[in-house]
Design a protein. Sequence first.
Lengths: 985, 94
Amino acid sequence: MKTRRIDNYGKINRDKILSFRWDKKNYKGFEGDTLASALLANNIGIVGRSFKYHRPRGIFSSGVEESGALVTIGSKDRRDPNVRATTQELYNGLEASGQNAFPNVNFDLAGINNYLGRFFAAGFYYKTFMGIPPLEWGKGTAIWMFFEKFIRKAAGMGSASGLPDPDTYEHAHDFCDLIVVGSGPAGVAAAVEAAEKKLDVILVEQDSLIGGNQLAENDFDNSQIKNQLENLGIKIMTRTTAFGLYDNCVVGLLERVTDHISAPNVNIPRQRFWTIRAKHIIVGAGAIERHIAFNNNDIPGVMTVNASKHYLNRYGVLTGKRIVIATNNDSVYETAHQLSEAGANVTVLDSRTNFEIETNKSFEIRKGYVPYNINGSKKIDSLDISKSETINKSETINCDQVLLSGGWSPAVHLLSHRGVKPKWDYNNACFLPSDTKENITMVGSSRGLWNKNDCIASGIAGTTDALNRLGISKTNYFFPKPGGWKNPIQPLYEVKYKKSRSKSFVDYQHDVTTDDVRLAHREGFISVEHLKRYTTLGMANDQGKMGNIIGLSLMAELLNKEIPEVGTTVFRPPYTPISIGALSGRNVGKHFRPLRVTPMHQWNIDHGAKMIEVGLYQRPWYYPKENETLSDSYIREASTVRKTVGICDVTSLGKIAIQGPDSTEFLNRIYSNGFSKLQVGKARYGIMLRDDGIVMDDGTSWRLAENEYFMTTSTGEAAKVMSWLEELLQTRWTDLNVNVTSVSEQWAGVSVAGPKSREVLNNCVDDSLVITNNNLPFMGVTSTFLKGNIPCRIARISFSGELAFEVYVKSDFANTMMDLLWANAKKYDGCLYGLEALGALRVEKGHVTAAELDGRVTIDDAGLSKMASTKKSYIGSAMRKRGVLKNNDREILVGFFPTNLKETFNAGTIVCEKNNIKGQGIGRITSVTYSPELGHWIGLGFVKGGLDKWKDTNLVGADPVRNKQMDLKVVSPHMIDPKGERMYA
Amino acid sequence: MIRINCPYCGERDHSEFSYGGDATINYPSLDASEKEWTEAIFFRKNIKGFQFETWHHSNGCRMWLVVERSTVTHEIKSVKPCHPDLQRVVENNK
């Protein structure tokens, strides 16, 4: 094959020379080239090696359907594999290389696979990786798994860089009345018509230029069209692929912003992922030319006819010298004429015998002939041809290129995304889009129209359809009939090779041959969906854009059925591959999810806090003094709280204002314990159940006034509790006059805990009388002022088991409050404490958190039966009594000590009986800590039957993950101060 | 993307909303029997076609809505507030 640039052809800018590298050598191209056209202009025929057989592959097409010229672009962390050279615009300094070959695509050692082809037939993996009998009978496939990595290395495509992606990506959103996909004659006509009717229109084109397949015409100039569209105010988005259609006229777009620029501005994203919400969608996505299956139909030099026309008229590249065109339809003759005018020697093989076509006789037409076999391996030497009536080699034509046109497949993909099945059209041998009730209209050749005038008419009709459906007009319209060729197409999918060992490719992408389809049929994989998965027909980058119909037709023939009876596989988004980076957009690294901080976040850090993530929140974990480890630090902090006083940021707790005359009744229904008699100025700990009787959350509610409460929830369940309260008030108890408002962000909260906590607060409040034991007893609440006239709410609530207060101020006063409290706590040798010490303190007391209340635990399991009122009904009160939740065998909350007090254990340890260590055991440890008070490790957890059953038995803690085992004692969960004397002090 | 026409905020992406559940359940009174509660919370019809379901506009106005949606096509026929008082307000403002 000899491909070369020729003068006076193409729309490239010959004044602007671009240099690029292909497989480590320097070449030149022009502005306006794609990588594929530049490679062809430099007479590079082999650009890749095939997936399984490592056969040399060239450029098959000029568009998104390409499955041969898949190359790797860029290097290091910008290495991008499996890029279609046919759609990659050339830029100065572009670096590209071939894939799946060693050492290179011209000489590939794994080319040996071509001769081992019969071992790699369809289902190779399924049949091979079954375990090696008799070694692995019934045991699995460990031996094969060892070999797998070598085999996978041999078969495949390009490889990813494995490095973090240095580029940025963006998510963007837009709205419009009408989105038109495709800027061919139909799409443009539709967009113009709609804009003239005052619709807000977006026109999307995957190519860098608008025009669609007109770009392959020698006299086409898009500048006038572009002006017209711009003057009408149409938003034109080029280099943008509509990759998927979704519910309610939502369209997903991928805009390639900088993929064509050699040194992009770092402030511009590489790609934009658009979500467009339209009122109507018009799809003029065009049609894709098919190839024909015959022996060796993949040798470099094979191409679709339309691609050759593109290379000639758009890029000024003549793709062959002696060209044979094989066809079954009228669409090739203009190209044949132009190629011969450009200097090629052209022969057309037309499978049809009876037809009339007007030509200027500049090329030979062989009626009733089909291609039979290509001779050559890295390039085409000659073509054996056959009469179409009886298939057998009749003669050989010397040539360096074979162009194929087996018919055209309308791009119905986007409609298929909406679950609309295409219908088979016998006259045009293709699938056509079916009608849909959704606001989607197909126009142009994607509805099977082959003439430009028909396409334009269909575009206008499409917009009329849109206007009618949107209720703007009621105009009659009609679409031109599918087709438009003078002579009917003659179905031609495969020319069967007479000898064995044929390599007639149905789907180039994954080396699926006609023999593979026959094998699938013999082995019973006859449904199209099975055929696809067994042979991989229609998979990977090109998703069967060229080969699918050929595979279907073969299966139809084998089953003695028609193509529509065999069916078609469903196309799913994306239409063309999308980089993962574009999907994630800016949600990467520390922006992966939102970050929540408390108003005293910086204050905490400034005072030495190490932070930890709790849900979305950053919370103080521990406050190490110099050289302290985590465990040094939390043990010191927890001891200090028990000895004097500690201050802990508890702002992340959910906070809800509950207001209205029925607030008390509302709380009484949602909490399992009674709230009807809670006095103003008192708080109560409460437990909420779900409808099914399982614990949902716990927290406190403070009665601030007759009709006003302040509820706190756990950090993790705050959002859920808020939605739940709203649901109850808006859907079930619509007669209750209650309003709930989330005030989590409005209030900053700290816990001041320890025997000296009252003394610290005395120095911080305006009026120390309000916090005396009489005026503020345990669970008392007061609204008062901190020094400096700062309004605050104080409740005497203890999570640590010590005398303790929770103090809340408006978030803006958070730092002032911290300064005030900390200055006074220091006077009593107090400390700041974090989540780790908070955990140690609560485990010692047997207080449960999310680690225990994991959505499987009942109020009785948690040892809180006395929190379940018997005097009223509440959410979950009926269901918590159902049989399975009342079983004697339930796991009940207990405390654990290691029998040997010097031993440690971890959360997640499985509790088992001695000599019966297996499965899920009889319980589990959920939280552990070193107890400064007791001087050894302690745990909270659950065991079947609870403390009563096991208190005198030695149990075993099994921790197979950490390969640990220890003897355990079951104790009461209230491991220190069980009577709570300290809290009441 | 399903688009839901919130009576307060206007048409929005479904990603602003949280799915609730079957909107046709009449939850029994709190003192009802275990059997009645079991019926109400565990048994659901698997409807092919239009069904009434609740959605919470959790990233919007926080209204709970009854949405009549086809489980086959995602077509939405009607959206209204769950709360009858809010329904009345929406009706009066039409």
